[in-house]
Structures are given as structure tokens and as C-alpha cells.
Design a protein around this ligand. Structure first.
Ligand code: SF4
Ligand code: SF4
Length: 438
């Protein structure tokens, strides 16, 4: 019976980590449903991007208040987790504050004191975040795609953080030996008086309860990530590493179309010639994207990485002028459809069974797609290098090349280019007539 708590702890840890690994495998499987795209080049540049943007949070601070608060929460999240390591060792081996023994009083006091200050700062930052989301009228948190689960999810994480930080501080405040030693308790010493009058046994019970809820809460948080926009905590790193490094606005030409155009321009080419041997497969079975499996794995990873911050939508000229388009919604829809496809595969023993739905029309309308000015502002603004424009372009490509479903104005322009070599309705010979007009 003496080892019962250790056994329960080991089981909870194994269950929590096992479930987490299962969800991560599902995540990787879903991302791999995307088409291959080569992002193995320019490794030093990719690494630099990841260190600067994901680790250094360089794009977050473009908006100083939210950027600064986010850095506090981010640093707190990473550093306070060192303390979780101590909890795990204590839980498995039945020790108490094992790092104090190993590191010595001085360094341990510095470490825990630092954690306490961070925990208090994280708590304050999280409260400000909550007020910004729920009380202030910040437009990007009020858009229609932020109703329902996205709003709840954003708040849930904030509540999680508040509770975890409080538990950590109360746990320290009710640890009689820790408080008596008077080291590493710059914040918890002010909470201790709240428990004046409690017996030593009562304090011990509160301390143990906080300890257990704290670690179980962390395991629940870990598993909640998969169902939340907070997956960016993990995915921001690969997402910034594998981001597109080409100049913004560079179009991804299809090899098969380039070959076709070259053939058209070559007067000696035989238009009926079969493609050279081995190049038959270069002709894609489908042009553009109408569903998630037509997108690349990087675009699908983008969708899972989206933090739903809405910075992209807040600078989107189409959205600002009242059009249907919101680049954040493009990413959320892509993720939701991908999740739906993943659940379909799970329910059908690893095979996707056509559900009569697709990303186009069932999630994203042509109206949204054609509202985009392709200005790249969303890509520039995204704090984790997500590229909503690339998805819009691939879906437009499908509409034009597979469905001939471009808006009337575009169809006219394309016909003019085909007939007149220019977007206007004039014959090439008449182009300079304006110079002779009175
Ligand atoms: S590229 Fe399109 S979606 Fe992105 S900001 Fe510009 S108009 Fe909006
Ligand atoms: S795409 Fe980027 S900027 Fe837009 S909501 Fe997602 S994380 Fe924020």
C-alpha cells in the first residue's frame, strides 16, 4: 500500500503520454494526406527562420502589447515545465522536492523563486488576454468564425493556465517545510497567510491535492492540445522551418502547363506527339485543389498550426472592405475538413470513404476565393509563417482549370489574352489608335 500513490502516478503518466502519442500519430497521418512538396533545401535559412520566428517570437512583437504578453506566457510555459520534471521524478520515486537535494539550497531557491515570479506574471498576462477576448471590443475576436467552439477553446486555454499557475503557487504556499526554509518563495510567502489557522495535516492535504491536480491538469492540457488551436505550441517550429522561402508573389507554375505552353510557342513542335517516355506521370490527374488531399502537406500543417489570432484577417483588404473572405477562416476550414477526413479514415479502418463533401463549396465558397486580391498581406502578417494565399490560389486554379468557373470578368480577360495577346478587347493592330484620336 505504501507504493500505491507511485503506482497510480505511473499509470496516470503512462495513460496521459500514451494518449498524447496516439493523437500525434493521427496528426502526422493527416498531414501526410497532403501532396509532396520539396522543402529540404536551404537548411541554414530554414533553421534561422525557425529560431527567429518560432523561438524568438520576432513576428509576434510587431503588435507590442499582445506580443509582449504572449512572450511572458510562452517563456513561462517553457521554463515552468522544468518544475514538472521534478514533479514527475517525485511522483515516480516517492521523493519530495528532489531537485533541492540535487541542486543545493541556493540554486534551488533561485530556480523556484524565478518560477514563482514567472507564474505570477503568466497569471496577470492571461487575465489581460481574457479581458481582451471577452470584454474589449477587439474586432478580430468578434468575427463570425470566432463564435462557438473557437471562442470557447480560446477561453478554455486561458482558464487552464490560470488554474495551473494558481495550483503551483498554492502548492508552494501550503508546503510547511518549504515556507519554513524561507527560500525560493517570493510570491507564495504572500499567499501563506491565507491559510493561517489550518492544522499541519490540513495544510499537507491541500499541498498534496494541489500537487496531484497540477500534474493531472498538465496531462489533460497535453491531450487537449490536439483538439485546440494551441497545437501551435508544438507546430510553430516545423511550420516556420518548412515555410515557403520563395519571394512573395512568385507563382507556383505547373510543370505540365509550362511544357504545354512551350509546345504551343514552338512552331516545329508536333502538337499530337505523345509525352516522352517516363514523363507521362508529370501530367497531374487534377489541376488545383478542391479538397484537402489536393493540397500539399505544408499547407495542411499550416492549417493545424493556425493560432486563430486573426492578424491576417485584420489586414486583409478584402475583409476590411466587407467582402466574405477571411484568411483565418480559410485556415480554420482547411483544418476542420482535414479533421473530418481523418475521422472518416478512422471510422473506415484506415481508408477514406467518399462522404460526398469537399473543402470547396462545403467549407469555402467560390465567392470567398474570388474576393482575394492576392496582395500577400495575410502571409506577411502571420506570426507563424502560414500562407493562406497559397490555398486560395490552388482552389482558384481548380475552379479555372477543372470547372471553367471563373467570374465573367476573368473569363473575358482570358479570352482576350488568347485572341488579342492582351487583356483588352482590341485587335493588336488597333492598339495605338488612341494616339490618333482627337
Ligand atoms: S492575399 Fe488575399 S486573403 Fe491574403 S490579405 Fe490579401 S486579399 Fe486577403
Ligand atoms: S493564419 Fe496566421 S495570422 Fe491568420 S489567424 Fe492563423 S496564425 Fe493568425
Amino acid at each position: 500500500m505504501q507504493y500505491l500513490p507511485n503506482i497510480i502516478f505511473a499509470l496516470a503518466l503512462a495513460f496521459g503520454l500514451g494518449f498524447f502519442v496516439m493523437n500525434i500519430r493521427k496528426l502526422i497521418r493527416n498531414i501526410n494526406l497532403g501532396k509532396d512538396v520539396n522543402r529540404k533545401d536551404k537548411k541554414p535559412e530554414r533553421l534561422k527562420n525557425m529560431i527567429k520566428i518560432a523561438l524568438g517570437q520576432s513576428k509576434m512583437v510587431k503588435r507590442p502589447l499582445s506580443g509582449f504578453l504572449h512572450i511572458i506566457v510562452y517563456v513561462g510555459f517553457i521554463i515552468i515545465n522544468i518544475e514538472v520534471l521534478e514533479i514527475i521524478i517525485d511522483g515516480l520515486f516517492g521523493s519530495h522536492r528532489i531537485f533541492q537535494e540535487v541542486l543545493g539550497d541556493g540554486f534551488y531557491a533561485f530556480l523556484i523563486g524565478f518560477f514563482e515570479i514567472l507564474a505570477a506574471l503568466v497569471f496577470v498576462a492571461v487575465v489581460i488576454f481574457w479581458l481582451r477576448r471577452n470584454v474589449s471590443n477587439i474586432k478580430r475576436f468578434l468575427s463570425k468564425e470566432m463564435k462557438g467552439w473557437p471562442k470557447k477553446d480560446g477561453n478554455n486555454i486561458l482558464y487552464f493556465e490560470m488554474v495551473l499557475m494558481t495550483l503551483f503557487l498554492v502548492m508552494n504556499a501550503t508546503d510547511v517545510h518549504f515556507q519554513q526554509a524561507g527560500i525560493g518563495n517570493p510570491i507564495s510567502q504572500f499567499i501563506t497567510p491565507l491559510f493561517d489557522g489550518f492544522s499541519a495535516e490540513g495544510l499537507h492535504t491541500i499541498e498534496r491535492t494541489c500537487w496531484w491536480i497540477h500534474i493531472l491538469g498538465i496531462l489533460v492540457f497535453l491531450n487537449y492540445l490536439y483538439y485546440s488551436k494551441h497545437l501551435h505550441i508544438l507546430l510553430a517550429f516545423p511550420n516556420t522551418y518548412f515555410a515557403n522561402l520563395n519571394a512573395k508573389g512568385q507563382f507556383t507554375n505547373l510543370d505540365s502547363v509550362t511544357t504545354e505552353v512551350k509546345l504551343m510557342m514552338d512552331p516545329d513542335a508536333d502538337p499530337y506527339a505523345a509525352p516522352p517516355e517516363g514523363e507521362e506521370e508529370a501530367i497531374p490527374e487534377k489541376f488545383g485543389a478542391s479538397d484537402v488531399a489536393d493540397l500539399s502537406w505544408v499547407q495542411l500543417m499550416n492549417a493545424y498550426t493556425c493560432t486563430e489570432c486573426g492578424r491576417c484577417t485584420s489586414v486583409c483588404p478584402a475583409n476590411l472592405t466587407g467582402k466574405e473572405l477571411s484568411p483565418r477562416k480559410i485556415m480554420m476550414d482547411t483544418r476542420d475538413r482535414l479533421e473530418e477526413v481523418g475521422r472518416n479514415i478512422d471510422a473506415n479502418k484506415g481508408v477514406f470513404v467518399d462522404d460526398g463533401k469537399q473543402l470547396l463549396n462545403d467549407y469555402i465558397s467560390p465567392e470567398e476565393l474570388w474576393a482575394c486580391t492576392s496582395c500577400n498581406a495575410c502571409v506577411e502578417e502571420c506570426p507563424v509563417n502560414i500562407d493562406p494565399l497559397s490555398i486560395i490560389m490552388d482552389m482558384r486554379r481548380y475552379l479555372v482549370m477543372e470547372e471553367s468557373a471563373a467570374p465573367q470578368e476573368l473569363n473575358m480577360m482570358m479570352t482576350n489574352i488568347e485572341n488579342n495577346g492582351a487583356p483588352w478587347q482590341y485587335n493588336q493592330q488597333d492598339r495605338l489608335n488612341w494616339a490618333n484620336e482627337e
